[in-house]
Design a protein around this ligand. Structure first.
Ligand code: 3HC
Ligand code: NAI
Length: 701
């Protein structure tokens, strides 16, 4: 029998156990193993039924995503094989029961639905998450699921990719029973019962009832399409999922299945699918640090301290509280401390009012918070996170104070967004314990945590930080130390080009709209208003002596700063704010035009394509330098940082993957043109030139 699918028998039931760790994906050999087991069970007259179950932590988590590249290029026909095996399972004259635990996802749920009945543990979850990979279910999921739970619900499950818990799945008809005791025993009993009662196998493809009458309160397909056009802006797969599910109502099963296969293959060939699969694996790759032994001991983190209760400090404190880690929150005096505590309390108050946390959780969270103005109260903390104003002198003073009071095993982390971690560490007696933990605003919401390793940061402190990030439910990207690290170093040319375009004749709204339509969560100028014009101004002041005098500088931002237009916080920046809604401001447009004219900058009009190329290619060109300078470990680290920290569309794969998919020679050519037109800031990165010549990609590097 196959190594991947074991065959055994119990009480006249054949048990097919899928054993393909870690998640029992349907890799080549698994469908064939199921097929062989089925044949053997059917050939054995003593066998009255079959149970399909997964070994280890889960039932089947789906097709093997690692094989999709070969499938897309036609080298592998996994779905054809799978379809054949699923039809054979459904056609089995002996009852077949799927016994589910962990997650039955994608091809896993499709396999379960080709069985005649499904039993599951109470903790099991099912779903069709293909949409998150830019795909639709490709092995009958769009046709069998609506026959079990109705078209509306099936469309919603396929198009959103959400996981459905066992109770809900039972209620909607996807499961037939929840097993409280041992899963295998429950599966065998169920199969024996069906055999004893002589029930004919229940073939899902023949069920019609739910298709005709099984509609529910979920939005109808047309409504869902509109909802998702907004929510999953730019993504094609959600729409294609709905389209495929709708076929269940209009075509016979076999024809609809053929159409599903065609749509699946189209999606598989798409750039969006390649991009999303890159992000799926990228999320897992960034957690791995080359050169760091897996079994390195971590420092114990049971208590945290946060220094500074401003925007970031309070968000960071909530991130720890949400993970159940007690926090001492330190401020210079009681007024800002009270303000910070109030911000935390009101955030939790809103969560309680919306029912996202219970009254009990509210009390527990606040009980974990200890406000203080005394350094002495930080002595028990295992990690101290500094989030005071951005300024080297202040940071060094605060780090010296933290060093004096912290226990010897404590980690000293800085939330600085740009400053030199090594210089900060030099203010302490323990540079090996100093590290950057750069959160993104709002820190309790944004998923990215940029972890900045200093020259002397120890491996143990890095490993502890990576593990801690998982506990804090963050996606951590480990980066090197330079001005702005990975994220803000690349953001500088991105925002710079947005401003230059304004000075050359584009409008604030046009620039933001072009980038929004490209897929960015927000346009660059709206982001600048959110982050604070004063913050950008202060950062530039801090480094102004190191910027060469003969390069072009953005001219409007300092004027906005002088006018006190700090962005959202003053209800005026690049936009005027009506509450939180940005409104174009003629005063700013006049200021921009006048500034451009005064500086003798030639004025012209731009189309959206050129705006996107100027801004995104500046980002990619800097990304190439970030790679060469080893600030990012791999190009996928940049992609993950930009998707999770800067609102770059996942379906474009992050900036570097977007570069690969667009073609690096095309990008290099445009960068060279911009270099001719705009001078030294557009010097092409040597790595970009090299890859453009060799036909290589960033992802391969
Ligand atoms: N194929 C190949 N590898 C997979 C995989 C899959 N479907 N699912 C998970 N893995 C790998 C991960 O890459 C990871 O590898 P690593 O240890 O080398 O980094 C390992 O399995 C463990 O995965 P996680 O770290 O994600 O483990 P978790 O326990 O946190 O999560 C999970 C488990 C919920 C199953 C999660 O891995 C997941 O969501 N997987 C993807 C599920 C999915 O999208 N299925 C649909 C596939 S497409 C399909 O089925 C098409 C069909 O319609 C024809
Ligand atoms: P903020 O101005 O909102 O808060 C800073 C707080 O630090 C103030 O409440 C101040 O009273 C307090 N503080 C100053 N000196 C202190 C001391 N010695 N002890 C205790 N508290 C002290 O600033 P914000 O925006 O929270 O920024 C803090 C840090 O986070 C900066 O380094 C900034 O660059 C970084 N950052 C900011 C982001 C943002 O979007 N605002 C994003 C990521 C990082």
């Amino acid at each position: 029998m196959s190594d991947l699918v074991h065959y055994s028998t119990q009480q006249n039931i054949a048990v097919l156990t899928i054993d393909n760790p870690p998640v029992n994906a349907l890799s080549s050999g698994v469908p064939e193993g199921i097929e062989a087991g089925l044949k053997r069970a059917l050939a054995d007259d003593s066998i009255v039924g079959i149970v399909l179950i997964g070994e280890g932590r889960t039932f089947i988590a789906g097709a093997d995503i690692r094989e999709f590249g070969r499938m897309a290029s036609g080298q592998l026909a996994v779905t054809d094989t799978l379809q054949r095996v699923l039809t054979a399972l459904e056609d089995s004259p002996k009852p077949v029961v799927a016994a589910l635990h962990g997650t039955a996802l994608g091809g896993g749920l499709e396999t379960a639905m080709a069985c005649h009945w499904r039993v599951a543990m109470p903790t099991a979850r099912v779903g069709q998450p293909e949409v998150n990979l830019g795909l639709i279910p490709g092995a009958g999921g769009t046709q069998r699921l609506p026959r079990l739970c109705g078209i509306n619900r099936a469309a919603e499950i396929c198009a959103t990719g959400r996981m459905v818990g066992a109770t809900e799945a039972l209620e909607m008809g996807v499961l037939d029973k929840i097993v409280e005791g041992k899963l295998l025993d429950g599966g065998i009993d169920f199969a024996l019962d069906q055999a004893a009662q002589g029930n004919p196998p229940r073939k899902v493809r023949e069920l019609q009832d739910r298709l005709d009458h099984g509609q529910d309160s979920s939005p109808a397909p047309e409504q869902l399409k509109q909802l998702l056009a907004h929510k999953s802006r730019g993504m094609t797969a959600p729409q294609r999922c709905i389209e495929a599910v709708e076929l269940a109502g209009t075509l016979p099963f076999d024809e609809a299945l053929k159409s599903e296969g065609e749509i699946f293959r189209e999606c598989l060939q798409s750039d969006q699918s390649q991009a999303l699969i890159h992000i799926f694996f990228g999320e897992r790759i960034v957690a791995k640090v080359p050169g760091l032994p897996k079994d390195l001991p971590h420092r114990t983190i049971e208590r945290a301290a946060v220094i500074g209760a401003g925007t970031m400090g309070t968000g960071i404190a909530m991130t720890y509280l949400n993970a159940g880690i007690p926090v001492v929150l330190k401020e210079i005096d009681s007024e800002p401390l009270q303000r910070g505590v109030e911000r935390i309390r009101s955030t939790y108050e809103k969560a309680r009012a919306k029912g996202r946390i219970s009254a009990e959780q509210f009390d527990t969270l606040l009980a974990l918070l200890t406000p203080t103005t005394e350094y002495g109260d930080l002595a028990n903390a295992d990690i101290l996170v500094e989030a005071v104003f951005e300024g080297m002198d202040l940071k060094k003073r605060v780090f010296a104070e933290m060093d004096a009071v912290a226990k010897p095993s404590a980690i000293l982390a800085s939330n600085t967004s740009t400053l030199d971690i090594d210089e900060i560490a030099s203010a302490t007696s323990r540079p090996e314990s100093v590290i950057g933990h750069h959160f993104f605003s709002p820190a309790n919401i944004m998923k990215l945590l940029e972890i900045v390793r200093g020259q002397q940061t120890s491996d143990e402190v890095i490993a502890t930080s990576m593990g801690l990030a998982r506990r804090l439910k963050k996606v951590a990207v480990l980066v090197g130390n330079c001005f702005g690290f990975l994220g803000n170093r690349m953001f500088e040319p991105y925002l710079r080009e947005a401003q230059f375009l304004l000075e050359e004749g584009a409008t604030v709204e046009q620039v933001d709209r072009a980038l929004h339509n490209f897929g960015m969560a927000m346009g660059p100028l709206a982001v600048s208003d959110l982050a604070g014009i004063d913050v950008s101004w202060r950062i530039r002041e801090e480094i102004k002596d190191s910027i060469p005098a003969d390069i072009r500088h953005p001219l409007v931002l300092p004027k906005l700063y002088e006018l006190g237009r700090y962005g959202q916080k003053t209800s005026a920046g690049w936009y005027r704010y009506d509450g939180r809604t940005p409104v174009a401001d003629p005063e700013v447009e006049n200021l921009i035009v006048q500034t451009g004219l005064d500086a003798g900058i030639e004025q012209r009009t731009f189309d959206d394509q050129e705006i996107v190329e100027r801004i995104i290619y500046a980002l990619i060109n800097e990304g190439a330098r970030v790679l060469t300078d080893h600030i990012a470990q791999r190009s996928v680290d940049i992609d993950i940082a930009y998707v999770y920290g800067y609102g770059f569309p996942a379906w474009r794969g992050g900036p570097m993957k977007h570069g690969d998919l667009t073609g690096l020679s095309k990008i290099c050519q445009r960068v060279e043109e911009f270099h001719q037109q705009h001078g030294s800031l557009w010097e092409p990165a040597p790595l970009l030139q090299e890859l453009s010549k060799s036909g290589g990609t960033f992802s391969e590097n």
